[in-house]
Design a protein around this ligand. Structure first.
Ligand SMILES: [Zn+2]
Length: 186
């Protein structure tokens, strides 16, 4: 009996020992896997879309504001301006981002108007352009590509002089271009 007991005890010890070894091994494997996963670089699930200025060295002549009225000298009235008015020395108007031209239009109030659709639900609209529009509907454009020239063709803002009336939409709503374009200190 004594011998049998001893044997049993030894077996139990062996079993516990083996189990402990297995646990240590398992934890080791888990840690090895955990630390082999690359760290430091968070992989974003969103595409990063970056905008450039729609004019070379653009100067803001009238800013975007959704919380205050701004005076429109051309229409002699106070109004909400959900766009930025820009000028530059060369008057060239550039695509703010890669995209597809979804419309080229003309009306007396806004002058020639180009609309470009981008990724991530962004649409940029360029108004008060001269008739010298460089793109047509369906054209694929790259960021920085010239699409037209700023002018005083928009009757509703003609008092501002030659300028680009730039509007940025995200998912169908106007957004502040200052949030996406580096218009500071320009
Ligand atoms: Zn404007």
């Amino acid at each position: 009996m004594e011998i049998k007991k001893e044997k049993k005890g030894k077996n139990l010890f062996k079993k516990v020992g083996a189990l402990s070894l297995a646990c240590v091994f398992a934890v080791g494997v888990a840690l090895t896997i955990a630390f082999s996963i690359p760290r430091g670089e968070e992989v974003s699930t969103e595409n990063v879309i970056t905008f450039g200025l729609p004019m070379n060295n653009a100067v803001v002549v009238k800013d975007y504001a959704d919380d205050k009225l701004q005076f429109n000298e051309s229409l002699n009235r106070w109004e909400i301006h959900l766009s930025v008015d820009l000028t530059s020395e060369d008057n060239l108007v550039l695509a703010a981002c890669d995209g597809v031209v979804t419309s080229v239009d003309e009306n007396s109030l806004e002058g020639y108007v180009v609309e470009i659709e981008h990724a991530d639900g962004f649409v940029s609209v360029y108004s008060s352009l001269s008739e010298n529009v460089k793109v047509a509907e369906g054209d694929v454009v790259s960021k920085g590509q010239q699409i037209g020239e700023a002018s005083d063709s928009a009757a509703n803002e003609s008092a501002t002089g030659g300028h680009l009336h730039f509007t940025l939409f995200k998912d169908g709503l106007e957004v502040d271009p200052n949030l996406y374009l580096d218009l500071q200190n320009k």
